[in-house]
Design a protein around this ligand. Sequence first.
Ligand SMILES: [Zn+2]
Length: 139
Amino acid sequence: MTVPAWYDTFTDAIAAGEPQCLACAACGDASLPPRQVCPACGSTELTAEPLSGRGTILSFTEISVTTPKFHGETPYTVVMSELDEGVVLSGQLREATAADVAIGEPVVLDTETRADGPALITFRPADAEATDTGDRDDA
Ligand SMILES: [Zn+2]
């Protein structure tokens, strides 16, 4: 499978522990590549900025019927996560199953190298000791 160059750049940065989003100089909105224009205000002043790699689960589902590429790996769970910067990204859940997670729980962004194609975007539950104590920074 061929993927566009931006995808490899994006997943390579995650794998290196330096995930990035696009930040709008005009309105401050964060978005994910590839993008030429801010989805919030239309500005073209987008710059790469660090992502924390931490987010919370917005939604998740267990996949039992999949494409041939993932035959033999079902069931697996896909989570949709809102990262701390406000961008939303989906990926396969690792180190846990759908029975182990709930909406609103913290997850960490990662990638998984595959022999059969491009890296997968993945999430894993955040370490229990690293979760917040209920104090939300809503700034
Ligand atoms: Zn903007």
